[in-house]
Ligand binder design. Structure first.
Ligand code: URA
Length: 209
């Protein structure tokens, strides 16, 4: 079973509360989710491999660690995942970015891909999938299915809020994918919204409601 990390850092919990408040403005929500993304990214990258390189400081030569291997990939599930990208890129500016567009077919309720663009060599990179809300888990599962079809083998999932239903669905389908979240909420309502939640993350980021 994949591991789940709930980031209980006081700054994360403080910012999450402000994000939940329904009267938080679009501008504030956008700033908060960017800051939240940076803090979640810090946790999601805590165990990245390092390699020692030789450098010259103003005083002497020494050996010092740098990130090893190929640049990692942030894979954003459209559209709300975009809200997490800037904060992640603030911390890892050289990361590559993948975009995955999915919509839910109203008849079959299955996730249908309408857009996919990612670096070619996914098999050689750590891929961190980002989507603020892990609700039913359908889009996270479908996005990770697509990434694995294109070769990705080392995948993590970062969200702001997770439901217990979404967590067990994602863990059931992709037990190799570790999950990093700021909180696990009570559950889903009849419209598959996370409760207490923060509403529709995409609407709150883009001010579409
Ligand atoms: N997507 C959202 O944006 N919010 C939810 O509560 C569930 C899914």
């Amino acid at each position: 079973m994949s591991d789940v990390t709930v980031v209980d850092h006081p700054l994360v919990q403080h910012k999450l509360t402000l994000m939940r408040v329904k009267d938080t403005s679009t501008a504030s929500f956008r700033r908060l989710i960017r800051e939240m993304a940076t803090l979640l990214c810090y946790e999601a990258t805590r165990d990245l491999a390092l390699e020692e390189v030789e450098i010259e400081t103003p005083l002497t030569r020494t050996r010092s660690p740098l990130l090893a291997g190929k640049k990692l990939v942030f894979a954003s599930i459209l559209r709300a995942g975009t809200g997490l990208l800037d904060g992640m890129l603030d911390l890892v500016p050289a990361a590559r970015v993948a975009h995955i567009g999915l919509y839910r077919d109203p008849q079959t309720l299955q996730a249908v891909e309408y857009y996919f663009k990612a670096p070619e060599d996914l098999d050689e990179r750590l891929v961190i999938v980002v989507d603020p809300m892990l609700a039913t888990g359908h889009s996270a599962i479908a996005a990770i299915d697509r990434l694995k079809e294109r070769g990705a083998t080392n995948i993590r999932f970062v969200c702001v809020l997770a439901s217990p239903e979404g967590l067990s669905a994602l863990q059931g389908h992709h037990p190799d994918v570790s999950i990093i979240t700021a909180a696990i909420d009570e559950g889903l309502n009849e419209h598959a919204y996370i409760v207490p939640g923060l509403g529709d993350a995409g609407d709150r980021i883009f001010g579409t409601k």
